[in-house]
Design a binder for this molecule. Structure first.
Ligand SMILES: Cc1ncc(COP(=O)(O)O)c(C=O)c1O
Length: 443
């Protein structure tokens, strides 16, 4: 099975302990390095880098050709419908904020979303729209409560304009049944938006088949870290005044009139991130050429192995039971704690003493983490007070190890061996808290 090669895999570093180790990349849900083929394609293209839509000449011509080829590949990757198109932003968060502002919902409209959302698929609806936001209940394992979803859809049948749901959770690895949700949304005349930041690197996306009206994902999570966010959306949403007008938005303006540029151009304000587009197209191409069958086979085996192995670490608290990862269709994001360690300290030990990359904190999904920690309202208020006073380490949190296509069983073994060693022998180095940065560093 030939999988795309990830640049930087196998990097070695000298740890603070003095040992030299291979870096174990287990923070892929946060960001991924480029595929080697993506990096090569970008380097090749940059020799002919030129002005897209802003000039003529050999560099501009080549740039135009390459950008449009890449856009076509990204469309193919998403299987978009004919009535849909792409806009480019800087990441998923920016794409979602842009999308909600474009919808111009009113206080009489309802957005149905859920308790499992990343803050990027929650705060924009709350703070960048006037619509009422309704949150569907989730269970402790991070799965959606479909009874509650149906109930809320019924309750808000007359006003629901948008259902906004994650494609895959950055915390629990849970994958909602998007097709089911699409059917319910469309039955009420609402649009379905999918936050595909975590879905895109892990599962094939078919907007046409699954009834996804709009979707966002980030290039830096699909092995193309060149600062691009992709927003796929219906053409109909573009037939409005741009929310961020600027360079490229108009064809003509006078004191009495404005002739907006064609719909796609008027919203794509300023100079496009062509390098990002080309890189993203290349990564999408690499995945499509490899084939999802091979990608999924590798991931499934690894997720199962990680779940089984992590379950052998004495005392390790796993917030989603390993069986869920083995039996259900989840992506490999494993959340855990060791009771004797602050989550940020455990993450620092894995980093400094073992060269293992993880992420610690509430990882933009504080609602479920709070529930896992059983933090009541009173305790929450105390914690918030401390955080407001600059002690960001006062927050509850977890450590997350997240898998990417470059990971192997060796990486899982390294994590499990490290955790077992920490349980048995404790930390070898001394650490001090840095509350303003929400980290621990070596003394
Ligand atoms: C599910 C989910 N949605 C949205 C985002 C935000 O992505 P970005 O940081 O690229 O804006 C993330 C990032 O981790 C995520 O995991």
């Amino acid at each position: 099975m030939k999988l795309p090669k990830v640049f930087g895999t196998g990097n070695r570093i000298t740890l603070s302990t003095g040992k030299t180790k291979r870096v174990v990349m287990l923070n892929n849900a946060a960001t991924t390095p480029p595929f080697e083929s993506t990096l090569q394609a970008v380097e090749k293209y940059l020799k002919m880098y030129g002005a897209l839509h802003r000039g003529a000449g050999p560099h501009a011509n080549e740039t135009y050709k390459k950008a449009h080829e890449a856009i076509d590949t990204i469309k193919e990757f998403l299987h978009i419908r004919k009535d849909q198109t792409l806009l480019f932003t800087q990441n998923t968060s920016a794409a979602i904020n842009m999308f909600i502002r474009m919808l111009r919902l009113t206080k009489n409209d309802t957005i149905i979303t859920s308790q499992i959302e990343h803050t990027s698929n929650n705060l924009p609806w709350l703070f960048n729209s006037r619509a009422r936001v309704v949150q569907v209940h989730a269970f402790d394992d991070g799965s959606l409560d479909y009874n509650d979803f149906d109930k809320k859809m019924k309750e808000h049948a007359k006003t629901v304009k948008l259902v906004a749901i994650t494609g895959a959770s950055n915390l629990s690895g849970y994958i909602p049944d998007v097709r089911r949700i699409a059917k319910a949304a469309h039955a009420r005349g609402a649009m379905l938006f999918v936050d595909a930041a975590q879905l895109a690197p892990h599962r094939p996306i078919n907007m046409k088949r699954d009834g996804i009206d709009a979707l966002a994902f980030s290039a830096h999570k699909v092995y193309a870290p060149f600062g691009l966010g992709v927003l796929a959306l219906p053409h109909s949403v573009l037939e409005t005044q741009p929310v961020d007008p600027g360079g490229g938005s108009i064809d003509m303006i006078s004191e009495t009139d404005v002739v907006w540029a064609p719909a796609l151009h008027r919203h794509q304000t300023g100079t496009w991130n062509v390098t990002g587009i080309i890189a993203t197209g290349e990564s999408c191409k690499a995945i499509l050429n490899t084939g999802w069958k091979a990608m999924l086979a590798h991931e499934k085996e690894l997720v199962k192995y990680a779940a089984e192995q992590l379950a052998t670490v004495p005392g390790l608290i796993l917030y989603v039971s390993p069986e869920k990862f083995v039996k259900e269709n989840r992506i490999g994001t494993f959340t855990f704690n060791l009771p004797q360690y602050h989550h940020a300290l455990l993450s620092a030990i894995l980093d400094q003493e073992y060269g293992i990359e993880t992420r610690a904190g509430t990882i933009c999904n504080h609602r479920l983490v709070r529930r896992w920690m059983k933090v009541g309202d009173r305790e929450q208020k105390i914690i918030e007070g401390k955080i407001k006073n600059g002690n960001r380490l006062a927050s509850y949190g977890i450590v997350r190890a997240s898998l990417g296509i470059q990971n192997t069983k060796k990486d899982i073994d390294a994590l499990v061996t490290a955790l077992k060693s920490i349980v048995k022998n404790g930390n070898k180095l001394q650490y001090k808290p840095v509350p303003t940065e929400e980290i621990y560093e070596i003394v």
